[in-house]
Write a protein that binds this ligand. Sequence first.
Ligand code: AMP
Length: 398
Amino acid sequence: MKVLIINCGSSSLKYQLIDSETEQVLAKGLCERIGIDGRLVYQKAGCDKEITEASMPTHNEAIAMVLDALTNDKTGAISDLKEIEAIGHRVVHGGEKFASSVLVTDDMIKAVEECADLAPLHNPANLIGINVCSKLMPGVPQVGVFDTAFHQTMPEKAFKYAIPTEYYEQYGIRKYGFHGTSHSFVSKEAAKFLGKDINNSKIIVCHLGNGASISAVVNGKCVDTSMGLTPLAGLAMGTRSGDLDPSVVEFLGKKLNLDASGVLNILNKKSGVFGLSRGLSSDFRDLEAAAEAGNHDAQVALEVFVYRVVTTIGSYVAAMDGVDTIAFTAGIGENDGHVRAEVMKNFHYLGIEIDAEKNSIRGENVKISTDDSKVDVVVIPTNEELAICRDTVAILSK
Ligand code: AMP
């Protein structure tokens, strides 16, 4: 079955066409600057990228251009739109309404709309993608795959904030967690790769990218994760602060004469390793080069990042009463052997030993711990699109 995967943002859209039997990507790309001017990037498997500047006032034109590119006489990956038998959409926030992927129906759309105040930038954009696809490809079944769904198995003690319970009941204020599709995919892949039974496993997944989160997964089910009501919580990230004393919001607001959203803008966009390095970069390649050259701020930014990863892993080892596998994924987790090695230095007490040579391998599933290590440490490249494709096929074959 050919499945179109759509990840719709407010002014951009990523897509992939995947053959679910072979799990091969037939074509992929993105639309950028929707509503501003418009740019389509399209790449058929085995071919060069094509870039087209074209007017995209709305997502309607953007998705229409993607479908045209996919069926183009010369470089199209398919000859007829009818070949697309299903569409899988990434949806950011499913609140407590969705604990797994679901078929898109009127009721599902209504429920996603009801979660929109939890993700005001993302959910409306995701719904636009769903609506445009129903219009342009009527009758093709669509499935919604939620970033939050995997974390819905967290117990109350892990997801409740210690604030008056009425606010949880009335407004849904609690920890939801994000990157769920990646945490789910990587935990399953890690168990499969190591030949372990997922139903008898304790896995910590470190999704370390520009946005970063860690989850604790017992027997395939998430029991805790580091992001919260929003993706601002937890680790120090590229530009996000992660956890801090909530009083900082009022204190800094008074000092800078900003309201809460002004301070949150700083915590979301100007903080993390970017803020710690005085705006040098949010990219770890730049920070590591600067740290190597003696830049103290870059050194501290990297140390803070690593320290937060270490303390979060440590707390999840405690929460799970042990760990048998630690998996690294996403931009930093997959590519930055230095960060992985620095993090793992703090886990000698667990009997973890890293093989420096294996820790330098990139682009594939690899076990970077030695055979003597008491805990397996692996790098598993994440593939959220493939996870969405697999879920879409599974829902449709029910
Ligand atoms: P992601 O959000 O998963 O796409 O991750 C993006 C981040 O991964 C970038 O901002 C970099 O900090 C990091 N990254 C990507 N490639 C490398 C690399 N080769 N070495 C170190 N960090 C990298």
